[in-house]
Write a protein that binds this ligand. Structure first.
Ligand code: LLP
Length: 425
């Protein structure tokens, strides 16, 4: 246990000694710093103060209810991508008039849930538009929509998380947008409200946001000329964060505003209209706010010096899925010299289960704590029960205080919904 002194060798996160957390809650453990989330969100709010802007948190990045509650308190709306995420934001108290239901493959059930909850729908295909209209007619309701535009802009990121390329599965091709709106205007129970795009994620070269804004505002003008007036423009999320502090510099919401606002405001002025701006940040709100705390099960000096921890791609997929870099620290040896070239691996039965390759770390022993940093976005939300491992707990820290925000699963939870037919018993 730490003595809380300044020269402690222990990682302090949100005012809490994470080694104490590991001892109290066990590992693996997601630890989230509440103040960091509030600061990140406020930095968007303060920056875009001069324009009418709403921030729809991308729930896929982190769907923990307590975290959504914090964001609801801060005034966030939500980008939801499934009926499940819609349910989550309702439970968190995010107002339904600040929710956009996204998705390239929504089921009819999900379209019904959207109409029933009176949330806006981002329409991803012409067929979906017609289905939504039919669903709304049948339900005697209305569907407020935006059309998801494929703007054909390259965000210069890992192809797996580029979403606005011409070849991407998302959105309606740029040159079909006007005719899609014209069709929407004629369809019963469809109410046109806005226009939407999202070009990609973990964007560090943010000049692409200017290109996207220009293309989207051109569509706003073309629609206006055809008598179709909008209430909002949603430019999606995507602002990157610095995972590798030595190599990357995180663009800030101010940098983003500089890319978007001049074009956005100039076009509004030229047309004499007022539009709401919507942004859908996920990663830049929650990414830096969590660590994944793990314990070392074994150290093996083999072909490499393998440090095997109790968290792998079952709990944190990003390194494996995107070759993503995440800093790791030995949380109980912060001041020890990083003298050993180490490769941190998880417990999953796959050779690819590597969390951090060839890093200089202090000499590590069984029982030491390893913290993976910046795991708040697409961390727990992409976890699985692979290898029969229950998902871990999550705690929220603030100013030295700790709250459990998700209990760990048990093996029973892994088994719970499985059914062995009578004939096999
Ligand atoms: N809006 C839409 C429509 C989206 O599809 C996304 C992310 C966002 C907003 C939020 O983007 P952000 O601000 O977080 O970049 N699992 C990947 C990222 C997938 C992003 C999917 N869409 C990762 O771990 O890098």
């Amino acid at each position: 246990m730490s003595d809380g002194e300044e020269d402690s060798d222990h990682l302090i996160f949100g005012g809490v000694d994470v080694v104490d957390l590991g001892a109290r809650y066990g590992t693996p453990l997601y630890v989230t710093d509440e103040d960091r989330i509030r600061e990140n969100f406020r930095s968007y709010k303060n920056t875009f103060e001069t324009v009418d802007t709403d921030f729809y948190f991308a729930v896929k990045a982190n769907g923990n209810l307590a975290i959504l509650r914090i964001l609801a308190q801060e005034g966030a709306g939500a980008d939801v991508f499934s009926g499940g995420e819609l349910r989550l934001v309702k439970l968190a108290g995010i107002p339904m008039d600040k929710v956009l239901f996204n998705g390239n493959s929504k089921s009819e059930e999900e379209l019904r849930a959207a109409v029933e909850s009176q949330v806006k729908v981002s329409v991803d295909s012409r067929e979906e538009l017609r289905t939504l209209s039919a669903v709304a007619v049948e339900m005697g309701g209305e569907a407020e929509i935006a059309i998801r535009v494929n703007p054909d802009v390259s965000p210069k990121v890992n192809p797996k998380i580029a979403t606005g390329l011409r070849t991407s599965k998302f959105g309606i091709p740029y040159d079909e947008i006007l005719q899609t709106y014209e069709e929407a205007a004629k369809l019963p129970n469809i109410v046109i409200k806005g226009i939407h795009c999202h070009i990609g994620s973990q964007i560090l070269d943010i000049s692409v946001f200017r290109e996207a804004t220009e293309k989207m505002m051109q569509l706003v003008e073309d629609l206006y000329e055809r008598g179709i007036e909008l209430e909002f423009v949603d430019l999606g999320g995507g602002l990157g964060i610095a995972y590798n502090k030595e190599k990357e510099i995180a663009p800030t919401p101010e940098d983003l505003a500089e890319m978007i606002l001049p074009t956005f405001e100039a076009k509004m002025q030229a047309l004499g209209i007022n539009l709401k701006l919507i942004l859908e940040p996920g990663r830049s709100i929650v990414g830096s706010a969590s660590i994944l705390l793990s314990k070392v099960n074994t150290v093996k000096h083999a072909h490499k010096n393998f440090v095997a921890i109790d968290a792998g791609f079952n709990l944190f997929l990003r390194p494996v899925m995107y070759d993503a870099y995440h800093e790791v620290v030995v949380a109980n040896k912060l001041n020890e010299e990083a003298s050993v070239l180490s490769t941190v691996v998880g417990p999953v039965c796959e050779s690819g289960d590597i969390i951090a390759k060839d890093r200089m770390l202090p000499e590590v022993k069984r029982g030491d704590f390893v913290a993976i940093l910046d795991t708040g976005a697409y961390g727990f939300s992409m976890s699985s029960q692979y290898n029969g491992r229950p998902r871990c707990a999550e705690v929220l820290v603030r100013d030295g205080a700790v709250d459990l925000i998700r209990s760990k699963e048990s093996v029973e939870d892994v088994i719970r919904n499985q059914v062995v037919p009578e004939r096999l018993r």
